[in-house]
Design a protein around this ligand. Structure first.
Ligand code: DLL
Length: 435
């Protein structure tokens, strides 16, 4: 039986959702044109006037926004309202170039937190739950977003932030946390640490986890579910459009419902910018329909996804997005072959290795080198070099059959790859492919 935070809108008939979107987009484009000179210039250059946008069907006439635009407009160039109405910023963790800074009015914060509340309730959360928020707090949107959502639902909120795993475990066990919110890699690490501390999955009171902010596979989901004894739900979002809660999973665990009353989604061909028909794989583009502080229209996420309007058994009518299947900008091309880290993770888990790995790509004498460091599990440990080498050979073969190219595999002892309290660093690309 499904629970909803805002049943009326979450289960509204499609025509009703469309009606709301059409009403909001007209107002929003006018708001942006009048208040954001940077975007007004882009519209003027394209010859589009606010009056040309009469419904969401007309969104395709609008110019795109990219991270480069946000960098160019840094810090206040894309602000949609007077600074006196802004109550908060959040920012990306990007270390190269100027950071993306997003601005929120109080209404923006409320709507964002409601989106997170929808995700928590979809994962079975009620005001009787104890919600441990172990995403980073501060500039990163994970902690503040889920914290706000947890308050809205009325859960007892544990604002742990990430890190200090020993303390995480102590609070989790002593206070009986029932919902855990963090990155999937940190969830996996907490699972390992609980085991190391002598706990079995049934010793904790957790029932659900809400994990996102980085790519993770179905295999990883199963591992986490098993090690923590929970049901693991995916959540998606990006700083530019508010943070977590743009889309969230329901009990079907078959894609994430996009909060379509606030975000209009398109899938485009990343090369041509052309809008693709429903069901096709392409780059996800979002238009925020009612944001005041940082109202981005047609923002290119660079996430490659598929949208689906298949009826969902949870009763929600919002369109579903697949897990991001890659990035239109960080796919690696190694020796001419396209490689996604998630493919590597899939092979590792299929071959019985824990999902702790690091990919190192470099270039020597104009040839790409491709190394994967993988931890073996304690059961796979052997002090015979020949046995380790045999494992490495068989893993190389499995990788070759999945990727089309064979990496050099280095099996390393358990717990030697550096653990992350936020997003795991999976790829180290030392090649200089851009200026
Ligand atoms: O990661 C917001 C967030 C926080 C989402 C907590 C979910 C939970 P950024 O740091 O701006 O924001 O990174 C956004 O992370 O474009 C995706 O490429 C990736 N990403 C976010 N959620 C998922 C997910 C937050 N569930 C970028 N699966 C996005 C895969 C995800 N990738």
């Amino acid at each position: 039986m499904s629970n909803y935070y805002q049943k009326e809108i979450e289960t509204a008939p499609r025509e009703e959702i469309l009606r709301i979107q059409n009403e909001k987009i007209v107002k929003q484009v006018k708001h942006v044109y009048e208040n954001v000179p940077y975007y007004r210039d882009l519209m003027d250059k394209k010859g589009v006037k606010p009056e040309d946008i009469k419904s969401v069907d007309d969104i395709k006439k609008l110019p795109f926004l990219t991270k480069d635009d946000l960098r160019e407009g840094y810090p206040y160039g894309l602000l949609g309202t007077d600074l006196k109405n802004i109550v908060r910023i959040q920012s990306t963790s990007g270390t190269t170039g100027r950071r993306v800074v997003a601005f929120y009015t109080q209404k923006d914060v409320d709507l964002w937190e409601e989106c997170c509340a929808r995700a928590i309730v979809a994962a079975g959360g009620t005001n009787e739950d104890v919600c441990q928020v172990s995403y980073g707090y501060g500039l990163f949107t994970g902690g503040p977003g889920l914290n706000g959502g947890s308050h809205k639902v009325g859960c007892l909120t544990l604002p742990m932030s990430s890190g200090n795993t020993e303390r995480q475990i102590q609070f989790m066990m002593d206070l009986g946390a029932t919902i855990l919110c963090c990155t999937p890699s940190y969830a996996a690490y907490i699972g390992e640490s609980l085991e190391d501390a002598g706990y079995k999955p049934e010793d904790n009171k957790l029932k659900a986890g809400i994990f996102g902010a980085e790519p993770w596979t179905e295999e990883m989901r199963r591992e986490i579910e098993k090690s923590l004894g929970i049901k693991a739900y995916d959540i998606y979002g990006l700083t530019e459009t508010s943070g977590p809660g743009v889309a969230f999973e329901c009990e079907e665990q078959s894609g994430m419902h996009i909060n379509e009353d606030h975000f209009y989604a398109e899938i485009i061909d990343p090369d041509t910018g052309e809008v693709l028909p429903e069901g096709e794989k392409g780059e996800l583009v979002f238009t925020s329909l009612d944001k005041e502080g940082f109202p981005l229209l047609r923002y290119r996420t660079r996430d490659i996804c598929i949208l689906s309007r298949e009826k969902c058994s949870c009763g929600r009518t919002f369109v579903k997005m697949s897990k991001p299947l890659g990035r239109s900008d960080d796919m690696m091309i190694i020796r001419g072959v396209n490689v996604f880290p998630s493919q590597i993770e899939t092979v590792l888990l299929k071959e019985g290795y824990p999902p702790n790995y690091q990919i190192v790509v470099d270039r020597a004498k104009n040839n790409d080198t491709f190394d994967i460091y993988v931890e073996f599990s304690p059961e796979q440990f052997s002090d015979k070099v020949s046995e380790i080498q045999a494992h490495e050979r068989s893993l190389t073969a499995a990788m070759r059959s999945m990727l089309g190219i064979g990496p050099k595999i280095h099996l390393v002892p358990p717990r030697t790859i550096e653990r992350s309290e936020g997003k795991a660093v999976r790829v180290i690309d030392k090649r200089k492919l851009h200026d």
